[in-house]
Design a protein around this ligand. Structure first.
Ligand code: UDP
Ligand code: MG
Length: 337
């Protein structure tokens, strides 16, 4: 009997199946989303399994293959690892947020560590995370110690994005937080129980709360391959975050509309007064034309903002799952000779 599972089509609330009832619950699960990481995945899994073995006798690694088109899947499948590896293959590329959720929903550990597959996040920080976890923190998350590796324009855009995101928000979403974090089972369960499909994980981590601690981390350059977050993807993720965590862009139009209406009334009164006291003044078509363009622009903009929010509502209402699991494979640890 092979250990490949049947094709599982999961709904968003499909919880991890209860695996081998006799098997001990893993102390620690590592969730690693991977999309076209053939250059680094072997090294990543070797390092993580070595680290996991040192930390506990009961660890598992969950690799979520997010529709890779290179050899990532083959490398994981045919590799020999020191701890049990579970490989979830998503049916296509669903994006990092969904890959993380797939991993969290299937992770069985009492604590779960999320880690990138590109060797950017040094594993020594997992020791610190565990130490703090044992001191009682339910979430220990990494924040970038600096952003010196990024261009000035990217840093500025990120800072502006988080400023907008945090306006009027009940929780503060830290700008430099990473997905790299250790979370207690309760926190993972809370994240999995949230019904929304359009996920902006950094917002959701903040939203669920719990006793959290940030630790600054020095990131390494990528071990190989290229970043998957180009400008287009970042913009899409940014819009998902804004529409999921703010409502002020919808509301400001009431204030803008009222402000403009008040100004128009005052201007109308001024014109009427001038006509009565000074006389009739015909020229003014340029004022009219400029006003027309300006207000058309404002109206289109407000409709556009409305459209963005409506699109998210539409997506949620359709109720499609955030991801589909096409294959779920257990890779037992290699025996020591
Ligand atoms: N990733 C993913 N699906 C995607 C894009 C990225 O699973 O659609 C994974 C990727 O393989 C890596 C992690 O998310 O393990 C972070 O991606 P990347 O290193 O490209 O982002 P950056 O570090 O540049 O922000
Ligand atoms: Mg990276």
């Amino acid at each position: 009997m092979g250990n490949m599972r049947d094709l599982t089509l999961e709904t968003f609330d499909g919880r991890a199946h209860i695996r081998g009832l006799q098997a001990p619950v893993p102390e620690l699960s590592f969730v690693i989303p991977a999309y076209n990481e053939a250059d680094t995945i072997i090294e990543t899994l070797q390092r993580v399994s070595r680290k996991a073995r040192k930390l506990t006798d009961h660890a598992e690694i969950l690799v979520v293959d997010d529709g890779s088109t290179d050899a990532t899947l083959e490398h994981v499948r045919t590799g020999q690892w020191e701890v049990p590896v579970r490989l979830l293959r998503l049916s296509r590329n669903f994006g990092k947020e969904q890959a993380i959720m797939a991993g969290l929903r299937h992770a069985a550990g009492r604590a779960v560590v999320i880690l990138d597959a590109d060797l950017q996040e040094p594993l020594r920080y997992v020791d610190t995370m565990l130490e703090k976890y044992r001191e009682g923190y339910e979430v220990v998350y990494a924040v970038r110690a600096h952003r010196d590796d990024e261009s000035r324009i990217k840093r500025r855009c990120t800072a502006a994005f988080y400023r907008f995101l945090n306006i009027g928000s009940d929780v503060t979403m830290p700008a430099d937080a990473r997905d790299f974090r250790l979370m207690d089972r309760k926190v993972v369960d809370a994240l999995c129980a949230l019904p929304e499909n359009n996920r902006f994980m950094k917002g959701l981590y903040a939203w669920v709360g719990f006793k959290s601690l940030a630790i600054p981390v020095e990131l390494q350059p990528r071990g190989g391959g290229v970043t998957k977050f180009n400008f287009g993807r970042l913009l899409k993720l940014g819009l998902t975050g804004l529409t999921a965590f703010t409502d002020w862009p919808l509301r400001i139009w009431t204030a803008i509309g009222m402000g403009l209406a008040t100004l128009s009334i005052l201007y109308g009164m001024f014109l009427a007064g001038r006509t009565v006291f000074v006389g009739h003044d015909v020229p003014g078509w340029s004022t009219l034309a400029v006003a027309l363009f300006f207000f058309s622009g404002i109206q289109l903009m407000s409709i556009g903002v409305l459209g963005e929010y409506l699109a998210r509502v539409f997506n949620e209402v359709k109720g499609r799952p955030g991801y589909l699991v096409a294959e779920d494979l257990d890779i037992p640890p290699a025996r020591e000779c």
